[in-house]
Design a protein around this ligand. Structure first.
Ligand code: ADP
Length: 383
């Protein structure tokens, strides 16, 4: 007795059932030849099973006037076709043929129907998986294009802006001749707003570079204390304007030498200290450096407005600002902390904040860095 199984898959756009798999030499041949059955074909048992959505049995094909013999399968005497259904969709049809008559019973039909149901669900899941993978790949590509567009754009924007800032500065210095008070004032505003715009563009550029995996670190050995002293001297003007004490704690470790990207670590420290100044009205900003085995822990502690406990993580998300009048007054992009965290993580370090959220008790930002940076090239991120 010869027993042959075929699996047809529905192709709705063509209204056909396409042979996806067939047993034996004949089956392989039919698959290669692209054997297909129109779903609306009257005489086909396979097509009828897909239309009627139930298992159909023909126990003697010679007695069945409607039976359409397949020239490749001349020995067929009985046949059973079972639809594979997932949800309300017919995914395909299982077709089993036998060379003996009356081979299939209702019980066979029941067993095959249960089996076909499982196969249909598995097939549907596999298809969804393939579709999802394709969508993820597309999204990844879109995200890469977006970041690359932003990186190029911000780069192009910086060039004319630098020229605006340069000429405003030349005029403010009086190099192009004397200015009236109004001119001085207006040029001052142009310069200040231009600087603000430049800061914004630089942040967008950094974020885009990080997200597209194009941010490269330049690792060198340097003394941490010197870099932090340098950063405090740059930021001290702002602190003095607000009458805030800004200092490095005397019990800090002054000797630590670390291997890291000096410019990027400087950028992170400037951002943390500038934030501390921005969000503190009274008191001090204290920086502390401590060596812990092969790592270093830097903290920036202020006595400012603090950060509500439920927002201690969200401040590290892009464009997130704690919504207070101080924040609105202070301005900013909401990109400083996310960039800083990514930069520290690229060194295999961590950046986090602790705060009670009580105004006056302030916040403490911590930077934990390995002394020998273990570079993690940032993967392009999918949101
Ligand atoms: P920006 O400072 O440009 O708004 P950041 O990413 O640097 O962006 O900071 C995000 C938000 O985190 C700030 O808008 C502020 O709400 C909060 N924040 C950051 N540092 C402090 C701090 N030292 N004290 C209180 N809030 C802070």
């Amino acid at each position: 007795m010869v027993f042959i199984t075929h699996i047809y898959l529905a192709d709705e756009s063509w209204n056909t059932l396409l042979l996806a798999s067939g047993a034996g030499e004949v089956g392989r041949h039919m698959v290669m030849a692209g054997h297909a059955i129109q779903m609306d074909k009257e005489k086909s048992l396979v097509a009828r099973a897909s239309r009627e959505r139930i298992a159909l049995i023909v126990n003697d094909v010679r007695q069945e006037p409607d039976f359409l013999p397949n020239p490749f399968l001349p020995d067929t005497r009985s046949e059973m076709a079972v639809p594979m259904i997932s949800g309300d969709k017919v995914i395909g049809v299982f077709d089993v043929q036998s060379s003996s008559t009356s081979h299939f019973s209702q019980e066979d039909a029941n067993i095959y129907t249960t089996l076909a149901l499982q196969v249909a669900v598995a097939l549907q899941n596999a298809r969804l998986y393939v579709e999802q993978s394709a969508t993820v790949a597309q999204l990844r590509e879109l995200d890469r294009l977006k970041s690359s567009f932003l990186a190029n754009m911000s780069h192009e924007l910086r060039t004319p802006l630098n020229s605006i800032l340069g000429f405003a500065d030349v005029m403010l210095e009086g190099l192009d001749g004397p200015l009236t008070d109004y001119m001085q004032n207006d040029l001052g505003l142009i310069y200040k707003n231009g600087q603000h715009l430049l800061h914004l563009i630089n942040d967008v550029l950094d974020m885009a570079k990080i997200e597209s995996g194009k941010m490269n670190l330049n690792i060198e050995k340097f003394n941490l204390q010197e870099t932090i002293e340098d950063v405090t001297s740059i930021t001290s003007t702002l602190a003095n304007e607000k009458n805030l004490a800004l200092f490095i704690e005397p019990d800090s470790d002054h000797e630590v030498e670390i291997n890291a990207d000096k410019i990027r670590l400087r950028q992170v420290m400037i951002n943390l200290i500038n934030n501390a100044i921005k969000f503190t009205e009274k008191g001090e900003i204290a920086i502390h450096v401590a060596r812990e085995a092969n790592n270093v822990l830097i903290s920036v502690k202020d006595t400012g407005i603090g950060i509500p406990i439920d927002q201690l993580e969200s401040v590290f998300q892009e464009f997130t600002q704690v919504d207070t009048t101080t924040t609105r007054k202070a301005g900013g992009t909401g990109l400083g902390l996310p960039i800083s965290r990514r930069l520290i993580e690229m060194h295999s370090g961590r950046l986090w904040v602790e705060s009670s959220g009580v105004d006056g008790e302030g916040s403490t930002f911590y930077v934990f860095l390995p002394i020998e940076a273990k570079i993690k090239e940032d993967e392009p991120k999918v949101k």
